[in-house]
Design a protein around this ligand. Structure first.
Ligand SMILES: [Zn+2]
Length: 444
């Protein structure tokens, strides 16, 4: 947040359910009890809600309420593949203002295994992260890391990229894994269609994803109470100091227990497929909405198609998604692209780019993309990005960062990742700010 210093601060009063009081005055709070004028929202009974505070063009600024805190949207979600955002400790993620991070079911299922995580209170307890988490279904990794996968109606057989051992994911087992991992938002099991592909192949794949979406939802509805924290302490009303509480204290079932009958559950999102065919994307959207989910993701993009095509498919698919539900675009993009997608009306995005690029010395700045390994930075005393207020840019010179990278110091990866993540999170906060201001600004 430090880099927002100097920008106009927007204060909006909120009902504790997340709907703004202004909306409430207009009858907008969906939980308002008209007789008493009080909000009926109880975070100990309700797990998930989404409210749009303001729109500007197609862009939306909203609030997503989860059992582990609120998320301001549009949001960028750092990727923590193996229950770790590579190189960045959880307290630093909190400092950077990350409100939700992403974990990969495929990787966590293979290592350390779902049961290990479940026994430790799910991902929140295991990695000591008390804010929101989203897990993917594993479908994309099975698709991208396994050339020898075998897809049947029942599910996908694949080989571990670690030791070659054989495994099987079905909609049911992918749901069971995600319930055990205990993220706040989980994803239906889908087939990510390869690109390029014939239309008939794309249609068949889309139909399979729709059948799997129904099976995912059925299994989830029957087993959602098995989430590791479902009957445990809820954190919706936690104070800022609670994030420092060690895991072993927070997991004590006697501490802050929500009480008998209080149950928070995960939210299961559906995924729209349909390849690069706008008509199939429309059909996929309509039929996935018919099945009914609290949020919808656009999957199957960034699989080798041109950037223009990604944008075209995103824009056309968004037209078919409900306005009152969160929209999650999976696995994109550059800083320019995430701004663009937020302008089109996407609420949630994730991408490995800021963290992966950082480890290769590629740094996003307000001026340009920098390859810190270049010799021209060897004597450069200036900050990495003069317009960034992250702790790397406040403290270190380009020359020092270049030296760390050239000498292959571990600190290079830590500092580079910290800056890139800060840049992405700041970018999204600025976009949100612009939507709230509703005026022409850098982003609109
Ligand atoms: Zn910085």
């Amino acid at each position: 947040m430090a880099s927002l210093v100097g920008m106009t601060t927007i204060r909006t009063e909120f009902c504790h359910c997340g709907a703004s009081l202004r909306q409430t005055a207009e009858g907008g709070c969906p939980y308002m009890n008209p007789g008493e004028g009080s909000c009926l929202y109880n975070p100990k009974e309700m797990s998930f809600a989404f409210h749009i505070e303001k729109t500007h063009g197609k862009a939306r600024a909203g609030r997503l309420i989860t059992p582990h805190g609120e998320i301001e949207t549009p949001v960028f979600m750092p990727v923590g593949t193996l229950a770790s955002v590579k190189g960045i400790p959880q307290d630093t993620l909190e400092e950077l203002g990350a409100q939700i991070i992403l974990g990969n079911t495929y990787h966590l299922y293979l290592r350390p295994g779902v049961e290990t995580v479940r026994k430790m209170g799910g991902l929140h307890g295991f990695m000591s992260w008390n804010r929101a988490i989203l897990t993917d279904s594993g479908g994309f990794q099975v698709f991208s890391l396994n050339e020898l996968r075998k897809v049947t109606e029942e599910g996908v057989t694949f080989r571990s990229h670690l030791d070659g051992s054989s495994h099987f994911f079905s909609p049911e087992s992918a749901m069971a894994a995600q319930i055990g991992l205990g993220a706040d938002i989980i994803m239906a099991f889908d087939e990510c269609t390869e690109y390029p592909a014939e239309r008939e192949r794309v249609r068949a794949s889309m139909e399979l994803t729709l059948r799997w979406a129904e099976r995912s939802k059925r299994y989830f509805e029957e087993h959602k109470d098995e989430v590791p924290w479902g009957n445990g302490p809820l954190t919706s009303d936690r104070g800022p100091e609670e994030k420092q509480v060690p895991r072993f204290v927070r997991n004590d079932k006697n501490e802050g227990n929500a009480g008998e009958g209080a149950r928070a559950t995960q939210a299961l999102f559906g995924i729209i497929q349909g390849g690069m065919d706008r008509e199939l994307r429309r059909e996929s959207a309509e039929r996935t909405i018919e099945i009914g989910f609290p949020g919808y993701a656009i999957g199957g993009l960034s699989v080798g198609e041109s950037r223009e095509m990604t944008r075209e498919i995103v824009e056309s698919t968004l037209e078919h998604l409900p306005k009152d539900k969160p929209r999650y675009l999976m696995g994109v993009g550059t800083p320019e692209e995430i701004v663009d997608y937020a302008k089109l009306g996407v609420d949630m995005m994730d991408c490995v780019l800021p963290t992966r690029a950082a480890r290769h010395g590629l740094l996003f700045t307000s001026e340009a993309k920098i390859s810190i390994k270049q010799a021209r930075y060897a004597q450069d005393e200036g900050p990495l990005d003069p317009n960034c207020a992250c702790r790397v840019c406040r403290r270190y010179s380009r020359a020092y960062l270049r030296h760390l990278y050239a000498a292959n110091e571990v600190l290079a990866q830590v500092l580079n990742t910290l800056h890139n993540l800060s840049f992405y999170l700041d970018t999204m906060r600025r976009v949100r700010h612009s939507i709230l201001l509703g005026e022409e600004s850098r982003f609109f």
